[in-house]
Design a protein around this ligand. Structure first.
Ligand code: AHR
Length: 498
């Protein structure tokens, strides 16, 4: 099979906001407890943070991390998680049916963020609580001092304000599973009032309005239209969430889902712009894809039962080779909309539907999906180019005419390198890719790495952590303005040129 790609150095889509390579850390399962925080672990530092995990998160270079939920945030009292540990309350946590000890809270998270080199993206509880608690949290975190809440933060050891810039106005407020779920009108009103007060406390912050929990929600479209109408002037981003699965064990259909993700992004942009038009506003709302991933292997979904134990494994998906193609495809779908999509958070980071796994008291390792994320975060910064693609297609259960080739091209921040990310979705045939490089002068291939495996269900484990990893590939050749490379069947590829 053959496909062509045409790139022109001047055919620029947008600067890429590095925050698209962000992550999400929720109080859920073993993400916090025994994931990032495990006092007594052989690698634990003086604050109880696992240094083996810190090292792996640093490899992902996540510019921003969303916290503390997710569904968890809709029942969370942020005050429970600050101050002396011995006086923090134990609470029933209704989203995931556990007992929250509150050993880890806002100040621990901020300290951990510093250690992994990320900014925080804080979510406020608009489920069981409202604008008052939200503005108080902004004051606690961001006000320099001289008020009860800012001085309380200082008394907890954080002398300087955190200056948290990005704030999520609740989580998935359209979902019946959400504590305090609301109608679009109710949510739009409360989000507007919360954002207004939060911005009065700190005028430099940005706020994210919850979009639909997924494109498949019956109210998708109407939800965005109504809630944005109520809050347009006080919000800066609209959120999107999506998870894909291969429960049907129909791999071609599973791989094509990432084209649907592109359609979802286009629809969300249209919805933002429709409200802009209706309001005759000069302001443009951008997008935050603040939950995305593959989620189905663990079989854990929704309400997991109230057992009230402190920590138990939840949503521990073990990812395989075909998930690499979907996670890579999701990243490429986001890059195709780099002009409007400014934040992305893979859900999640450690143990819970995550690129990093740990064993309590034991090791930490990289899941298969770690690699496309790490490579995009490393090489997908700078300028996204528009891509002109001609590819053979296939029809499947999730989509008609899904292209076998998925691709994106990025000029590095320094301007001296070009990276082409490319997926061959054919499970059986290599794809001969011919790329025309216009305006790049004399280009040469620096490196080509590829990920593929004879077994699409192959995984990485603690004892076999490098079963599915990028490998060096050869045979990518530039002749004049033409780059040729034959992409193996079912492969994720990163071709770098200078
Ligand atoms: O990421 C897991 C859960 O998925 C989050 O808590 C929720 O927001 C979504 O439904």
């Amino acid at each position: 099979m053959n496909a062509t790609l045409t790139l022109d150095k001047d055919f620029v889509l947008s600067e890429i906001d590095p925050r698209v390579y962000g992550g999400f850390a929720e109080h859920l399962g073993r993400h916090i407890y025994t994931g990032i925080y495990e006092p007594g672990h052989p690698t634990a530092d003086s604050e109880g943070f696992r240094e083996d995990v810190i090292a792996l998160v640093r490899e992902l270079s996540m510019p921003i991390i969303r916290y503390p939920g997710g569904n968890f945030v809709s029942g969370y009292n942020w005050e429970d998680g600050v101050g002396p540990r011995e006086s923090r309350p134990r609470r029933l946590e209704l989203a995931w049916g556990i007992t929250e000890t509150n050993e880890f809270g806002t100040n621990e998270f901020m300290s951990w963020c510093k250690k992994v080199g990320s900014e925080a993206m804080m979510a406020v509880n608009l489920g069981t609580r409202g604008p008052d608690e939200a503005r108080q949290l902004v004051e606690y975190c961001n006000h320099p001092g001289g008020t009860q809440l800012s001085d309380l933060r200082k008394s907890h050891g954080a002398t300087d304000p955190y200056g948290i810039k990005v704030w999520c106005l609740g989580n998935e407020m359209d979902g019946p599973w959400q504590m305090g779920a609301r109608t679009a009108y109710e949510y739009g009103r409360v989000a507007n009032e919360a954002a207004k007060l939060m911005k009065w406390v700190d005028g430099s912050i940005e706020t994210i309005l919850c979009g639909s929990s997924g494109r498949g929600m019956a109210s998708f479209g109407k939800w965005e239209w109504e809630s944005l109408h109520e809050s347009y002037n006080n919000v800066d981003y609209l959120s999107l969430h999506t998870y894909y699965n291969n429960r049907a064990n129909d791999t071609p259909a599973f791989l094509a889902e990432t084209e649907n993700m592109g359609d979802f992004i286009a629809e969300a942009i249209a919805l933002c712009d429709a409200v802009k038009a209706a309001k005759k506003s000069k302001k443009t709302i951008n997008l935050s894809f603040d939950e995305w991933n593959v989620w189905y292997h663990s079989g854990d979904w929704g309400q997991l039962g109230a057992r009230w134990d402190e920590v138990r494994p939840q949503l521990e998906d073990i990812y395989n080779m075909e998930d690499v193609l979907v996670v890579g495809g999701m990243l490429l779908a986001m890059l195709q909309y780099a002009d409007r999509l400014k934040i992305g958070c893979i859900a999640q980071i450690v143990n819970v539907i995550a690129p990093i796994m740990t064993r309590p008291g034991g090791g930490a390792w990289r899941q298969t999906i770690f690699y496309p994320l790490q490579q995009c975060s490393q090489y997908g910064r700078g300028t996204a180019l528009r891509t002109a693609v001609s590819s053979p297609t296939y029809d499947c259960a999730t989509r008609d005419k899904a292209p076998y080739l998925a691709t994106s091209a990025v000029i590095s921040e320094s301007g001296d390198a070009l990276t082409i990310f490319a997926i061959n979705r054919s499970l059986t045939e290599p794809l001969e890719l011919t790329t025309t490089l216009r305006g790049f002068g004399k280009a040469e291939v620096i490196e080509w790495t590829t990920m593929h495996h004879a077994d699409l269900k192959a995984v990485n484990t603690e004892t076999n952590p490098e079963n599915v990893v990028p490998q060096q590939a050869t045979g990518a050749v530039v002749s004049g303005e033409t780059l040729t490379a034959t992409l193996p069947a079912a492969s994720w590829n990163v071709i770098r040129l200078k």
